[in-house]
Design a protein around this ligand. Structure first.
Ligand code: M6R
Length: 624
């Protein structure tokens, strides 16, 4: 839930750390801090409860002199309230060792008791602080006669103490440590939390994610679980937790740092909403034609024969990604392929029922969502094979899955997922098309038509986005409403859920997404005069029943906003309409979700909510 940065190189240490922290704020933003070793080998430490801007101000008021190595951290609280004391970095008793950490140390209470008993003084309520004291303890046990020893000769001692410290930890961690007596090396370790090394010229970086240092380098090395890195200005060495050196390859990241900036929009969320045509186009490019052949074999590792052999498809995901999985279920079922979709955190018992022949499709923008990773491990233990649909190259999910189908959306910074959802849908439509064609479910010209229709979607998304102002006006009329209802049917039912989730998370209002046909079984009782009901009613087999459900809501006083296309508009009687381009019902979720994202955005804007960083939320949820 936190972001960590580290730098070793020239004299721009605090600038690099702060810049990186700003870009990592999407990972957590209740407090932050940085530490660096100054020219006199003393530790410089600044922490604030709040955002990186406040930290930047603090550093500017009292700048460090001659720092060439340091670490930074932006936090989302897990142990201990958001406060300056609990903000990272954390130090040991001597104030020479400093640690930043993302994850949860499961055995921290036991370690803390031991350290307290041997006289250590703790200043925070965090699990992380135990790491600093443990490291101090290990350094002491290696019997360093400090004053006499040159700092470079201390490097093996620091490494060994760090390695032993890591060996005592249970749980998840991406962590980095600096020792002020050994300023030429910073150390990093990874276990179940993401960590990347950035390779520069006469400088090197570490971070939770590449966006922190993309401005300086695109050459990166992804650490795996159980790996350590000793990062010096002129190079990086990698080891396993047993201390054995390992060779690692670097990869060059294609994203550039301006892609991760707002590009003229008021919020990342709005910018990302406008990037959705591109996200879909990039995800589909070169992967569709011919459908049902072996086109996924080289990239993903799935041949047409594999697609024929799976007995069923089981989607696993959380939040918005789960809604993509629900659309996937409807799509696969539409092709007569047994499909299931579960919230990852509720999968446990079903994992045992997932047969060996099933393909588990784990959908996750970040590829680091703990609930999804855990469910994947359970599915694998039951013998299923796992395909990851993710936006994050090198993420944990990609390493734990048998197959990976990347969405190509670029970094998504807004906490509310928008373009990543469209990318996930595109990947799922792509996959469903290949499955269906390989199994003879798209006979004759149907496969080609399916592919061609899908390839038209990016242009239709552009057309839909042109409705932004109109949708904004509708949203503004409802900006003081406290309750919203989203209804739909069939393949658009998950879109009703997604519309409700979007407005809940960014505008902090109560919203429900419901299958329209289910309303009469109870929920219709909540409708009051003037209640906003957003009804997703494109043309197709669900339309007639939807039109009836809209009448039922209106009869109870609902103020219905209908999301329609020109044909369905003729059948649906609502107070207001948002009219989208015509598209086949099967593909309609790729368009119908867009007005709901824009609607939520403008309600939140009118309410002056912190749209990109909604309260209580973090972009990447790495705890269960
Ligand atoms: O990174 P993931 O796709 O695994 O994230 C899953 C959910 O945490 C995420 O979709 C969350 O629901 C979003 N904030 C929704 O906008």
């Amino acid at each position: 839930m936190c972001g960590i940065t580290g730098y070793i190189g020239g004299d721009k240490t605090t600038d690099v750390l702060i810049d990186g922290l700003r870009r990592l704020e999407y990972r957590g933003y209740d407090s932050c801090g940085l530490a660096a070793v100054d020219s006199k080998n003393s530790l410089y430490l600044k922490r604030v409860s709040g955002r990186v801007d406040a930290l930047d101000k603090l550093v500017a008021e009292d700048p460090v002199k001659g720092a060439r190595a340091g670490v930074g951290h932006t936090r989302w609280a897990t142990h201990g309230a958001p406060s300056e004391d609990n903000a990272h970095p954390h130090t040991d008793c001597s104030g020479q060792v400093v640690v930043v950490h993302n994850g949860i140390i499961e055995n921290y209470l036991e370690l803390k008791d031991r350290l307290l008993a041997s006289g250590h003084k703790f200043r925070s309520e965090t699990d992380t602080e135990v790491i600093a004291h443990l490291l101090e303890e290990k350094l002491r046990s290696l019997n360093v006669q400090a004053a006499a020893v040159r700092s470079d000769l201390l490097e093996p001692v620091f490494f060994e103490a760090f390695r032993r410290t890591v060996g005592d930890l249970k749980g998840s961690f991406a962590l980095s440590a600096v020792w002020s007596r050994c300023p030429g090396m910073l150390l990093a370790a990874r276990m179940h939390s993401p960590l990347v090394v950035g390779l520069g010229e006469d400088e090197n970086f570490i971070a939770s994610d590449v966006s922190a240092f993309l401005k300086y380098t695109k050459r990166v090395v992804f650490l795996n679980d159980g790996e350590l890195a000793a990062v010096r200005r002129d190079g990086v060495d990698y080891y396993n937790f047993a201390g054995k050196k390992t060779a690692k390859d670097s990869v060059t990241i294609q994203w550039d740092s301006t892609m991760a900036e707002k590009g003229g929009y008021k919020h990342f969320m709005l910018k990302e909403i406008h990037e959705q045509a591109e996200a879909v186009e990039n995800t589909l490019r070169g992967r569709l034609l011919p459908l049902g052949g072996d086109i996924l074999r080289t990239e993903v590792g799935l041949s047409a024969a594999d697609l024929k052999a799976f007995s069923s498809v089981q989607f696993l995901a959380c939040g918005t990604a789960h809604h993509a999985g629900l659309v996937g279920r409807a799509l696969f079922e539409n092709f007569g392929i047994p499909a299931y979709a579960d919230v990852a955190s509720e999968f446990s018992d079903r994992a045992k029922l997932t047969g060996k022949g099933a393909l588990v499709v784990a959908v996750s923008q970040s590829g680091e969502t703990a609930d999804t990773l855990f469910a994947v491990r359970e599915a694998k233990a039951s013998g299923a094979r796992v395909l990851a649909i993710t936006n994050t190259v090198g993420s944990t999910l990609t390493r734990e899955s048998d197959y990976v189908l990347y969405t190509h959306c670029g970094p998504e910074i807004g906490v509310a997922s928008t373009k990543a959802f469209l990318g996930q849908l595109a990947a799922i439509y792509l996959l469903a098309g290949h499955f269906a064609a390989a199994r003879g479910r798209l006979p004759g010209g149907d496969a080609r038509r399916y592919a061609e229709d899908l390839l038209k979607v990016p242009r239709l998304i552009e057309e839909t986005l042109e409705k932004e102002k109109e949708i904004a006006r509708v949203a503004e009329t409802f900006s003081s409403s406290d309750h919203f209802l989203f209804i739909s049917r069939h393949v658009n039912y998950p879109i009703a859920l997604e519309g409700a989730l979007k407005i809940k998370e960014i505008a902090y209002v109560h919203a429900e997404g419901y299958p329209a046909g289910e309303m009469k079984h109870g929920p219709i009782a909540i409708i009051y005069k003037g209640m906003p009901v957003l009804a997703i009613a494109p043309s197709g087999r669900a339309l007639e029943l939807m039109a009836g459900n809209i009448e039922e809501a209106k009869a109870r006083g609902a103020d219905v906003v209908a999301v329609v296309d020109p044909s369905s508009r003729k059948l649906v009687k609502a107070s207001r309409y948002i009219t989208l381009p015509e598209v086949s019902e099967l593909f309609s979720p790729l368009l119908t979700v867009i007005p709901l994202q824009i609607f939520a955005y403008y309600v939140a804007l009118a309410k002056k909510c912190d749209i990109d960083k909604p309260r209580n939320l973090a972009k990447s949820v790495t705890v269960r």
